[in-house]
Write a protein that binds this ligand. Structure first.
Ligand SMILES: [Zn+2]
Ligand SMILES: [Zn+2]
Length: 277
């Protein structure tokens, strides 16, 4: 990245309005990491700076769920990163710091280096307070933070990729996130990961704060209707997903046998077994 782009990025950070909302923060932390670039291990020449793909494939960054004794450290790191970037404000900091609450209703992943937590991300796969805009079967990724001295080392990329894998493992068929319009470096990262823009999910969590929607479908078809699944999703099927089980298996698209039970429902694929609400 050129010096002028760095300056522009800094200006963007400095210019952040207060009142930034939960969603979209992940994008910005990535943006800050992204701008520094990093050398390819053992590489040289014009390819010496690469995307995060190389770092992750090098397998140097283990990502795992946060442990309770790390909640305070992750909370402190989150607040530090947000303060430095100008995203924090007094009413918001208790939420940033409250990792225990996030870990209760979502998954908080961390990256560790030499006994220190150097990055974290939250992925909400089961709805709840950290999953605005999601319906059942959709995950929301947010609050990606990377320690300032670890940027450019692939931490954010490894965390993001792992968050997507957590969503997949939890049976989600879509991952959504929100990002500020000026975070173009983060947008490039998300696009490398396969996310695309979802204009119908653009939203304004606070006055003056516009967030852009991005989404990554994890299966090629809609669980409700069985038709091709676009990142925007099918509005009618998303409404139905609030109330009804999926009708089509996420693994094979087969029509499933759905049964209502006293506590909800089950949906059974002849090949892939039963899903329970
Ligand atoms: Zn559909
Ligand atoms: Zn199946």
């Amino acid at each position: 990245m050129t010096l002028s782009e760095d300056s522009e990025q800094q200006q963007q950070h400095d210019g952040h309005a207060e009142g930034e909302q939960y969603a979209g923060q992940a994008a910005e932390a990535v943006a800050e990491e992204e701008e520094h670039g990093h050398p390819v291990p053992g590489g040289g020449g014009p390819e010496a700076r690469c995307g995060r793909l190389h770092c992750v494939s090098a397998g140097t960054r283990a990502v795992r769920p946060v442990e309770p004794h790390e909640h305070d450290a992750v909370g402190a790191l989150t607040v530090e990163v947000y303060r430095r970037a100008g995203w924090s404000y007094p009413e918001y900091e208790p939420h940033l710091r409250d990792v225990a609450s996030r870990a209760e209703t979502a998954t908080v992943l961390v990256s560790q280096s030499e006994q220190q937590v150097v990055g974290a991300i939250t992925v909400a796969t089961r709805l709840g307070p950290w999953a605005e805009q999601a319906v059942r079967g959709e995950a929301i990724v947010r609050m990606l933070v990377v320690a300032p001295d670890q940027r450019g080392a692939g931490v954010g990329d490894a965390l993001s990729r792992t968050a997507v894998e957590v969503a997949r493992a939890d049976g989600c068929t879509m991952v959504r996130l929100s990002s500020r319009p000026d975070m173009t470096a983060a947008h490039r990262l998300y696009e490398r990961l396969g996310f695309t823009r979802t204009p119908s999910f653009d939203w304004t969590p606070h006055d003056g704060v516009q967030l852009l929607g991005y989404a990554l479908p994890l299966v090629p078809w809609c669980g409700q209707c069985g038709e091709a699944l676009s990142p925007e999703g099918h509005a009618r099927c998303r409404s139905a997903a609030e109330l009804e089980p999926s009708r089509h298996c996420a693994h094979c698209r087969r029509r499933m046998v759905v049964q209502v039970t006293p506590t909800g429902w089950t949906a059974r694929c002849v090949e892939h077994g039963t899903t329970t609400s």
